[in-house]
Design a binder for this molecule. Sequence first.
Ligand code: GLU
Length: 510
Amino acid sequence: MSEKKVRVRFAPSPTGPLHMGGVRTALFNYLFARHNNGEFLLRIEDTDQTRYVPGAEEYIVEALQWCGITIDEGATVGGEYGPYRQSERKPMYREYAEQLIASNNAYYAFDTSEELDAIRSKYEAEKKTFTYNHETRESLNNSLALSADEVKAKKDAGEAYVVRFKMPVGEELHLDDEIRGHVVFNTSALDDKVLFKSDGMPTYHLANVVDDYLMKISHVIRGEEWLPSMPLHVLLYRSFGWSEDMPKFAHLPLILKPVGKGKLSKRDGDKLGFPVFPLEWTDPKSNEISSGYREGGYFPEAFVNMLAFLGWNPGTEQEIFSMEELAQAFSLDRVGKSGSKFDPEKTKWYNRQYLVHKSDEEIGSLFAEQVLTAKGIEVNQDIVNRVCGMVKDRVDFISELWNQVNFFFEAPKEFEAKPVKKGWKEDTPALMTELIGILEGIEDFTSANTEEIVKEWITAKEIGFGKVMNPFRLAMVGAGKGPHMFDIIEILGKEETIARLNFAVANIKR
Ligand code: GLU
C-alpha cells in the first residue's frame, strides 16, 4: 500500500476566541504538514448553532495569520474538498446518518427532553446515573424498542427525532495513538452518542468523521480532551466501511497552569497576569476584554517558538527555532505524553531573545511606530535606530525601550534624588563648568574622540573618574542609568550636551 499523502486539519468550533492551547494544536498540525510536504486545512466546525459566536471565525483566521501559520485549504482560501465550513455542508450529512441506520449501526430516538429529564430524575432518586446505552436503550423511545410500523408512523407524523450510534456491547478495542501508544477501550463503558440532531444538523462526532474521510485526512492531531471520543470515531469508520482509509490519531498533551494543578483554562489568563489568547478579544455580549499576546507586545515568532516547546522538544539544547527550523525538526515522536506547564516568564525570555536578535533598524522602526509617534516625537530615524540598538539587550518588549532611551528625546528637567545625593558634591558645579570648557574646544565630537580628551583631562587633574562621570551622566540622563556616556553625547551633539550641563549646574540643588 502506498503511503498516504499527509493531509491534516485544524478543526476549531467558532464558539469564542482561540486560546493558546488551540493555537498550539494548529501549530503542531501545520509543522507536521510542512515537515512531510503535506497539506494543512482549516475546517470550521460550526454545527452547534447555539454556541456560535460572531467574530470567532475571523478571529481564528487572523490569529493563525499573525502566527505565520498558513492555510493550504480552508474556508478563506478555498480548495478542492470544500466547503470547509460545516454549516455549508449541512445537506450532505443526513445520508450518512441514514447509511448507519440501514446497516444497523445507528437508530432513531424519539425521546423528548421532558421524557429524558423524567428518567434522569427517577435514576437520581435511586442514587443512580442515567446513561443512554446498551443497558437502557431497549426500553426507551427509539427504533430499537418500537416496531417498524410505529417508527414509520412517528416519522410520518413529523415527530422530532435524533439519530444515535448503537454502541457495540462488550468489545475490547485496541487502538494506537501516535503519541499515547496503545490504548484499550471497552465499548460497554461507552454511551450511545447522538450523531444527528432534530434540527437537521449532524453532531460533532458524525460531521468530524465524515469530513475527515471526505477531505482525505491522513492524521488527526488534536487535544487530549478528544481522546475519549477516539473509540467512537474508530467505530464510525468501521461502520461506514472506511477502516482502510482511517486517519492515524495523535492526541496532544495538556497545557497546564503555571502554578498549582490542572489544565490552563481560558479564564486563567488575566487572573494570573498573562494573556491566554494570541490576540486581544472583546466579548461581543459582555464587551469584556481579554488580553492578547500581540497587543502585549510579543513577537509572533517568540510566541510560536514558546508554543512549540509546550509538549514538544527537539532532543537537543537548541531553544531558538524559526518556523522553518521548527518544520524541519518537528516529529510526533518527540511530543510527550504528559502535560506541560506553561511558564509566562519563559515566554518573556523568548521575546527578549527575538528582540535582541533583530536589527537596530527593525527595532528602531517598531519603536518609532509604536511609541514615538504616539508621543508626537519626530526625530531622525538613524538616531532612533542607534539609540534603540544601544539598549535593546536591557528590555523584553519594544514598549519598555522608552524608559531606557527617553532622555535622548527629552532633556531632563528633574534629577533623581539618590544619584544627586551621592554624586553632586560641593565642587561639582565648578568641575562641570570646567568640563563645559573642555567640550567646547572639541571639534570632532565622536564618542572615541570626546572620551580620549575628557579622560586625559580627568587623569591630568588627578581626580577619580566617578567624580566627573557620575554628575556628567546625571546632567545628560537625569538619573544614574543609561548606556556608555560618550556614545550618549555623540548622539546628543555638542550643543545639546553643553546646554544640559549648563541646565544641571544652574538647577541641581544639593
Ligand atoms: N471541533 C473540535 C474542536 O473544537 C475539533 C476536534 C477535532 O480536532 O477532532 O476542538
